[in-house]
Each structure stands twice: as C-alpha cells, then as structure tokens.
Design a protein around this ligand. Structure first.
Ligand SMILES: [Zn+2]
Length: 99
C-alpha cells in the first residue's frame, strides 16, 4: 500500500513538473524586430547529428526539441542493421543444413 502511494505521488509530481515546464517555455513567439511577434503554430523539423527532431528553436524564451518517433535516419539505420542480421541468420541456417 505504501509502495503504491509512493508511485502515485511520483506520477503527480511528474505531472506538476511537466505542466510547470510547459508554462515556463511559453507559446513560442518570435519577435520580428519591429515590435511585432510571429506566433509558432506548429513545430519545425530539425536535422541534428543525422537524426530528425521536432520542436521550436529560436522562438521566445527557450528552445525545446524532441527526437521524432518516426525519424527517417533511424528507420534507415535500423533497416540496414536488420537486413545485415537477416543475412547472417540465413547464412547460419544454410551452414547448419549442410551439416
Ligand atoms: Zn533518429
């Protein structure tokens, strides 16, 4: 029971921290230089170190980015890795069948 209460408290604290950081980051406005502001409506895509990230850089008081779940570079690397692994396994199966 105590363990479950601790877990619930942890989740509540994490939620409060996430909400607070969201408020502190703000809406992501960028100043045009003439006193007017441009509002960031949708996140931009950035390519950093051969990975895709989405978020806001250079907008307002803070930058925030996150790795894209469907990053095309990771997908490509994974497919190469799995093709190589598949070949290795096929070679192993062929060797075992020969014996
Ligand atoms: Zn990636």
């Amino acid at each position: 029971m105590v363990k479950r209460t601790k877990e619930i408290m942890k989740k509540i604290i994490l939620l409060v921290l996430a909400f607070t950081s969201l408020i502190m980051v703000g809406c992501g406005n960028i100043e045009n230089g003439d006193g007017t502001y441009r509002v960031a409506t949708s996140p931009n895509t950035y390519i950093i170190d051969s990975c895709e990230y989405i978020g806001y850089i250079g907008y307002g008081s803070g930058d925030i980015i996150a790795h894209k779940g469907n990053c095309r570079f990771c997908k490509e690397r994974d497919s190469i890795k799995w093709e190589k692994r598949k070949k290795e396994l096929e070679e192993l199966v062929t060797k075992l069948k020969e014996k």
